[in-house]
Design a protein around this ligand. Sequence first.
Ligand SMILES: Cc1cc2nc3c(=O)[nH]c(=O)nc-3n(C[C@H](O)[C@H](O)[C@H](O)COP(=O)(O)OP(=O)(O)OC[C@H]3O[C@@H](n4cnc5c(N)ncnc54)[C@H](O)[C@@H]3O)c2cc1C
Length: 399
Amino acid sequence: MDVVLSPEEEAFRQEVRAFLAEKLPADIAEKTGNGFRISKQDHVRWQKILHEKGWIAPNWPAELGGTGWTPMQKHIFDEECALAGAPMVIPFGVTMVAPVIMKFGNEAQKERFLPRILSSDDWWCQGYSEPGSGSDLASLRTKAVLDGDHYVVNGQKTWTTLAQHADWMFTLVRTQDTGKPQEGITFLLIDMKSPGISVHPITTLDGSAEINSVFLEDVRVPVENRIGEEGKGWTYAKYLLGHERTSIAAVGRSKAQLRKLKGIAKVELAGGKPIIEDPDYARRLAQIEIDLLSLESLVLRTLYAESEGKPVGAEPSFLKIKGTQIQQGLTELLMEAIGPYAAPYQPEAFRDEGWNEEPVGPDYGPALAPLYFNWRKASIYGGSNEIQKNILAKMVLGL
Ligand SMILES: Cc1cc2nc3c(=O)[nH]c(=O)nc-3n(C[C@H](O)[C@H](O)[C@H](O)COP(=O)(O)OP(=O)(O)OC[C@H]3O[C@@H](n4cnc5c(N)ncnc54)[C@H](O)[C@@H]3O)c2cc1C
């Protein structure tokens, strides 16, 4: 199901493949390929290798450290990285806050933050959601009050992914209570080492600790860490969300999962025959492959339109819905393929260093149920799929 490539694009694919074969550490590829968890150190190790090559930020303009690739090259790169088992580049810095700093930040902010995002010396997290303010984000209550040349911030953020590792958090805070809720929101960059910040883990369904509650008590944030104008944060926040949703489609990663699924479905038996020969299973697998192929075309169309400066419309919402439905569908088929071996839940079989017992069932078994449970999140984060459907209903159908 490959798109047709020009000879130059095919040569580029080979270049990326050769780079990955030489530079992607085998231990990291092995962990990613088997669905095991990747530590922060592993992520940083890989991101620094990409940075050294100049390939960490395909979405940035070349003059600021981006690659200058065409949309097709970006797509090939993503796909090859996923197929080789490279961990995804954590998006909060490179993909999310950097475009906002580039477009709305001042020169001092660009000089201060962008190089450290490229080199992975600063890790970022996203402080948008709050208890009671997720879909209805404009209702957020974390308050920032101006005190001389500082804002004093009080409130609580929640679901903050990887906050426990972050050096910085980009946040939305309320600086005004009157007028429309959207008008009183300001975009602040907060140093996670500031006194008054505490991070508390929230355990997810698969037993991991990737999300957190973040409490802010009288946290002093220099005014120089405000992006753009006070009260205009909603505009910057929406710009960022467009970038977030397009990247959530993750076609390359789904292609890698599909390849893995086909391999497993050829050896796992149902009624004495490989499950891939079961008509119902085969039909569902084919449907996902067709959906993925369609999604790939749409992602490419969107990326080309963006690169030509055409305004982005409802596409990110559609990509988000479809991409996450495919991701969840793949995890369902993966888990179904191993049948009863999905039942013994054995996170220790892939998480704990030094665990030397045999897993129950095949080697690839223990990761599949946690993967299934973990990916239930995909239809919620980045703006839930129900809300994306509302956006499509308004923008496309005019309802
Ligand atoms: C694993 C994970 C990681 C996350 N990481 C981050 C992060 O790093 N930073 C961050 O800021 N946020 C993060 N989030 C938060 C995420 O963006 C919110 O969970 C999401 O926007 C939904 O908000 P909510 O949880 O408050 O649900 P609610 O808004 O309470 O919604 C509950 C349900 O009701 C539905 N619903 C609500 N309103 C409507 C409506 N008007 N029409 C139809 N249906 C509706 C929703 O779709 C959902 O199914 C993360 C979430 C998860 C699950």
